[in-house]
Design a protein around this ligand. Structure first.
Ligand code: GLY
Ligand code: MN
Ligand code: MN
Length: 445
């Protein structure tokens, strides 16, 4: 059988660099990370496996049931426990790296079959007073870790030392993941590029009469053709008032003449995902009320992008977005009263109920604290986040002028904070209404 090769990603050197940084922070502690197992889809059939993000961040190892142990200063500071090679199992469920591949391709100082974990763990944990480990994720591993700690504690009279402190690995890794390195950025920018390619394919596939899932399929086809492993989260393709359902993933209705189609889809590659939303006019042009709503959302997006720079905050961008959207809602007669009243009573929430931004990286809603020392933390170079204002007028909202009912618009770009501003990673998909409209149904682009 052909030799298995690692999937595309940041590359072995970057994983090694990340481990060195993590090891410095772990100090005289020890960290255990688990890849996890593929969840069941039905009976004995499973979803495609995706490793847990922290495990993947430090190892790049793509297979399930693997465990990494990082113990700075040990003879083998980086040990991987992995599924063994097995000719018969590999015929059924795919190629495996095995311990030899784990050493050869993934830089493990030592690698063993996963069945040896319980035997090897006592030596790896002995003497470390802090254990970085996330319990409750995998019961079988919890049992082994707990048994190991109890066994070490029972032998303290003989000089063994069991950890007193259990710390969530994210306490060390979240911040490393939040500030992107040059290698991270290369892959994340690629994920965003491929996400844009997907939207261009989605726009081309969109026409009245098509099914929402046809647009989804065109987008996800373009993702994998461009080298992605698939979608980084379930694609949202909501035509007409389905766009008012924020996490609509049924994608099973027909697109009607004159519909807006709200499409939120991002590609995943090397463990990183893009996250783009565009709102497509199915017939290739916007009606007047659609355009008015669209332009308010677009102005809010552009305002947010113009604000994104070091020192600004996510809350600052959100507050300014709320203000701009509220002004627009007043202009359109969707709300009444003064701007101050709307802001004070938060009456914009009828049409805009989510936040404007979230961190983006390996998880679509990526890790990292939003607040520090009681305040929203200032943005700094290397952070990546989304800006995604929207307006959603529920179809049954009798207080809204009829022409707006059932309309939904969201626009979402991904930005990287640079030394003096930001870089928009997703603008290869146009956002100006006429430019978007011109791409709908265009199979020659
Ligand atoms: N796609 C999920 C989000 O935009 O937050
Ligand atoms: Mn998002
Ligand atoms: Mn999104």
């Amino acid at each position: 059988m052909a030799q298995k090769v690692p999937p595309p990603g940041v590359g072995a050197e970057e994983y090694a660099r990340r481990r060195r940084r993590a090891m410095e922070a772990i100090g005289d502690g020890v960290m255990i990370l688990a890849a996890g197992t593929a969840p069941t889809y039905s009976n004995d059939t499973h979803y495609r496996f995706r490793p847990e993000s922290n495990f993947f961040f430090l190892t790049g190892y793509p297979e399930e049931q693997a465990v990494a142990v990082l113990r700075p200063g040990a003879d083998a500071p980086y040990t991987l426990f992995v599924r063994p090679r097995n000719e018969e199992a590999e015929i059924w469920t795919g190629r495996r790296f095995g311990p030899e591949g784990a050493r050869r391709e993934f830089g493990a100082d030592a690698a063993f079959e996963i069945g040896e974990l319980a035997d090897k763990l006592p030596d790896l944990l002995d003497g470390a007073t802090t254990l970085y480990y996330q319990p409750w994720a995998q019961r079988s591993l919890d049992r082994i870790v707990r048994g190991t700690l109890e066994a070490l504690r029972g032998k303290e009279r003989f000089g063994k030392i069991a950890a007193d402190t259990l710390v969530r690995p994210g306490a060390l890794l979240d911040e490393m993941r939040l500030i992107k390195s040059a290698a991270d950025m290369e892959v994340l920018a690629r994920a965003c590029e491929i996400s844009a390619t997907g939207h261009l394919a989605g726009l081309a596939a969109c026409r009245p009469g098509c099914m929402e899932f046809e647009i989804q399929a065109a987008i996800e086809h373009a993702f994998v053709r461009a080298g992605a492993s698939g979608a980084g989260y379930p694609s949202i393709v909501g035509a007409g008032d389905s766009g008012c359902i924020l996490h609509y993933i049924e994608n099973n209705r027909q697109v009607a003449e004159g519909d807006l189609v709200l499409v939120d889809a991002g590609a995943e590659i090397g463990g990183f995902t893009g996250d783009i939303t565009r709102t497509y006019p199915a017939s290739g042009s916007f009606t007047a009320p659609q355009r008015r709503l669209y332009e308010i959302v677009l102005e809010t997006l552009e305002q947010g992008i113009a604000m994104a720079r070091p020192g600004q905050t996510i809350d600052g961008i959100h507050e300014a977005s709320l203000k701009r959207l509220s002004e627009g809602l007043l202009e359109l007669g969707l709300l009444d009263g003064s701007l101050d009243e709307v802001m004070e009573k938060e009456s914009y929430k009828r049409y805009y109920m989510h936040r404007t931004s979230h961190w983006l990286g390996m998880d679509v809603h990526d890790v990292g604290r939003y607040r520090k020392d009681g305040a929203c933390r200032p943005l700094r170079e290397g952070m990546v986040f989304t800006i995604e204002p929207g307006l959603y007028v529920q179809p049954g909202d009798e207080r809204a002028p009829e022409e707006f009912r059932g309309l939904a618009v969201r626009l979402e770009d991904d930005v990287l904070i640079t030394a003096d501003g930001c870089r928009n990673l997703t603008r290869r998909v146009p956002v100006e209404p006429d430019a978007v409209a011109a791409l709908v149904g265009r199979t020659d682009s």
